[in-house]
Design a protein around this ligand. Structure first.
Ligand code: F6P
Length: 539
């Protein structure tokens, strides 16, 4: 059931010309922010620089109640088949349930298998890292993870995010079927000391299987038994065996782990190889801590719920079609790409759970780039473009480079400056004064001043975390996962299927023989026929 957003839209209309800064009294920064205390350091989510007032907040909370959010959260954590279009439970949370409390699916506890697989991953990771497991040329120096979508984006993002914790082999990622990706990656490596991981839940994804075969040929040219230097992360044991990967190096997971939610289990193996099992457990513990908070905190003090309600306000209430994720943390370079899959593959639907047309906007377009780089690229439009883009800033209290504290101070100052500028803007009067100080007057002063006006009143939130440790990364990723779930519940859709990716896959398979010139393009539309012809002939 989709929540009725008409009262939210009416409220947004009523306050749209109100200045966010006019909402500030002594209490707002505290009342419209939420701390989450934790042994790993506190998180702070500040949403005071939005146009949400107490009445809107209450309205949003009542919508969460109307959507039976509490019931849906319980249903997810207790293994109900909430992914109704695929008849599956949704239990990525079980992968980080380190205290092993039972999680039941179809009457059976899934935790013994989850922990057994985790133990096998840890044993393998320890063997690779110590050199007990070797390639033909000796200790493994490099790992190539071949996967795409959820079998790539989470591990890539996590590997970069946690680079200060790397003490294992170098880890590389190949995802694109463009041969450039695998060619450039393998060109740097010695096949005799490389481990190739084929990460694919289904083991049928064409990009991954094409790259895996290319990698096997590359290795087979030098290594006598290439299969011995391959591992697989997959649910499809028959297919991994057919590919020639020994079952001892196959790490499986169940259908209740969606691709984009899978980095907590076997799909996280490359991250574990890089940072070690202990740090990987700290990452899981961070996710588990966020689960605990999500399940127990009142909605008004519940971080994932708050992020979701702010998102619903901006998307459904105010009609803002996109949101920018702006981490002031270079190592979160791939977080926006990761969140694009997490959010847009989950909530980019136009059919409600009951099969009827969704009568509201689907989830927003998510995009972004780390600050401060983005400031010198697209922030111009965020500040002065005609459309409002809610911005989600993120920044750590501490950087990893203690000896570069002055860099971190500048980073933090820039982050705060952006949200301040977005809210406060710069008036025409101030711009006129600036131009007068430059010696301008008359029409030229007005003309130049107009270009220097910032409307302000542009909303943003800021998530502050202590330091980007494995634990904190786990908290942040679980926070966003649950945020997506809550938004999906309020929109009344299934966040856990992805039928929208199927049609393009089918057409690509059908087009390959046409592109190869083996079949005629007759049945295709005029544009596609012309494009095929040009691609085949270059004219
Ligand atoms: O193309 C969509 C998708 O199914 C994603 O949901 C998934 O993460 C990705 O492809 C990769 O799938 P697999 O792990 O089965 O190769």
């Amino acid at each position: 059931m989709t929540v009725d957003f008409s009262s939210l839209q009416a409220k947004a209309e009523a306050v749209k010309s109100r200045d966010i800064k006019s909402l500030f009294d002594d209490a707002r920064a505290t009342d419209f922010s939420q701390k989450l205390e934790s042994d790993g350091g506190d998180l702070l989510f500040d949403y005071s620089k939005t146009n949400i007032d107490t009445e809107t907040f209450e309205l949003l909370l009542s919508m969460a109640e109307d959507a039976n959010l509490k019931g849906r959260i319980n249903a997810m954590f207790t293994g109900e088949k909430i992914n109704e279009t695929e008849g599956r439970a949704v239990l990525h949370t079980a992968l980080r349930n380190l205290d092993a409390s039972p999680v039941m699916v179809d009457g059976a506890d899934v935790m013994p298998d989850v922990l057994d697989t985790l133990a096998r991953m840890e044993a393998f990771a320890n063997d690779v890292r110590s050199g007990a497991y070797q390639g033909q040329g000796g200790k493994i120096t490099d790992v190539v993870n071949i996967g795409i979508g959820g079998s790539d984006l989470g591990p890539v993002m996590g590997t970069i995010a946690l680079s200060p914790y790397h003490d294992g082999p170098r880890v590389h990622y190949v995802s694109n079927v463009d041969g450039a990706h695998i060619a450039d990656t393998l060109a740097l490596l010695d096949p005799t000391t490389t481990l190739v991981i084929v990460a694919s839940k289904t083991f049928t994804t064409i990009e991954t299987m094409t790259n895996a075969e290319t990698a096997r040929e590359w290795m087979g040219a030098v290594v006598t038994d290439p299969g011995a230097q391959f591992a697989a992360l997959s649910s499809a044991e028959d297919k991994t065996a057919a590919f020639g990967i020994d079952a001892s190096r196959v790490f499986g997971f169940e259908d209740w782990v969606g691709g984009r939610y899978s980095m907590w289990g076997p799909i996280g193996l490359p991250v574990m190889l890089a940072i070690g099992p202990e740090n990987f457990r700290a990452f899981l513990a961070g996710g588990q801590a966020m689960d605990q908070h999500f399940r127990t905190a009142d909605f008004g003090a519940n971080l994932p719920v708050l992020l979701a309600l702010v998102g619903i306000w901006h998307n459904q209430g105010c009609g803002y079609a996109t949101r920018a994720v702006l981490p002031y943390e270079q190592r979160l370079l791939r977080l926006p790409a990761y969140l694009q899959q997490l959010e847009m593959e989950s909530n980019g639907k136009s059919v409600a759970m009951d099969g009827t047309a969704l009568e509201v906007n689907s989830g927003p377009v998510v995009w972004g780039e780390p600050g401060t780089n983005g400031q010198h690229a697209f922030y111009q439009l965020i500040h002065q473009g005609t459309r409002v883009i809610p911005c989600e800033f993120m920044v750590g209290v501490e950087g990893q480079e203690a000896h570069l504290a002055h860099h971190h101070r500048l980073l933090v100052s820039n982050c705060l400056a952006q949200s301040e500028a977005l809210m406060l803007g710069r008036s025409f009067e101030t711009a006129m004064e600036l131009m007068a100080a430059k010696g301008l007057s008359g029409d030229e002063q007005i003309r130049q001043a107009n270009h220097r006006v910032f409307s302000g009143n542009r909303p943003s939130t800021t998530l502050v975390y202590p330091k980007l440790t494995p634990f904190v990364l786990g908290q942040i990723i679980a926070l966003y996962e649950h945020r997506v779930f809550v938004e999906g519940v309020l929109l009344g859709l299934n966040s856990f299927d992805q039928w929208g990716v199927e049609l393009g896959k089918e057409l690509a398979v059908a087009l390959e023989p046409i592109v190869a010139g083996e079949e005629p393009a007759d049945g295709k539309d005029g544009s596609t026929r012309a494009l095929v012809r040009f691609l085949q002939t270059g004219s």
